[in-house]
Design a protein around this ligand. Structure first.
Ligand code: IMP
Ligand code: MG
Length: 188
């Protein structure tokens, strides 16, 4: 692997803080969905770790679906959300909880919402995100549960990637400018 321990991103939110916040979110979400036909839709790949750790704290019967979407190019939102699956999950009669890693421009959550709401028979739709950037959004969309609000900076780890890497970091970190420059050099 190209990144060594000397080049790991700076810690922004450590493992213990993530675990404590997930405990609290899980209690709220469990109370909200008790007795309801819950389907969790995890937006991949970014929400993979968040979903795995959050769902293990929710002691309810639920169904899990995954939706593969992509919108980012390196450090920037491409402005277009690509749906990479052949089919959408069947959500008839279900209370849907969308999970995403981060609310940035709002484009992804809004497009996924619009696409799934157009499916007939869905009972309700809410969203939980691990992170939310403090900024003006391109789309008026908000999450019902937010793990952490952060500044408008590019973060990696705990599911979030830069050019496909860093998703496996157990914490949320910030790339130093030198890490971005050195990784970009020779590519364009
Ligand atoms: P949005 O559509 O602009 O709200 O961004 C949503 C998606 O962009 C997220 O699900 C992430 O995959 C990606 N993204 C946004 N900000 C970051 C970041 O700071 N680091 C890594 N990925 C990000
Ligand atoms: Mg991403």
């Amino acid at each position: 692997m190209e990144q060594s321990i000397h080049t790991l991103p700076r810690v922004l939110i450590d493992e213990a803080s993530i675990a404590a916040r997930l405990d609290a979110l899980a209690v709220e979400i469990t109370d909200f969905y008790r007795g309801k036909p819950l389907t969790v839709v995890a937006i991949l790949s970014g929400s993979l770790l968040f979903a795995a750790d959050l769902l293990r704290r929710i002691p309810l019967p639920l169904q899990l679906e995954c939706l593969n979407v992509s919108s980012y190019n390196g450090l920037e939102s491409s402005g277009v959300v690509h749906f990479l699956d052949d089919r959408l999950p069947s959500l008839e009669g279900r209370c849907v909880l969308l999970l995403d890693d981060i609310l940035d421009t709002g484009l992804t959550l809004d497009e996924v919402r619009l696409k799934l709401v157009s499916e007939a028979g869905l009972v309700s739709m809410h969203a939980a995100v691990l992170l939310q950037k403090r900024k003006a959004r391109a789309r008026e969309v908000c999450a019902d549960w937010v793990g952490f609000e952060i500044g408008d900076k590019f973060v990696v780890g705990y599911g979030l990637d830069y050019e496909g890497e860093y998703r496996n970091l157990p914490y949320v970190g910030v790339l130093e400018a030198s890490q971005v420059r050195s990784r970009n050099s020779g590519k364009s």
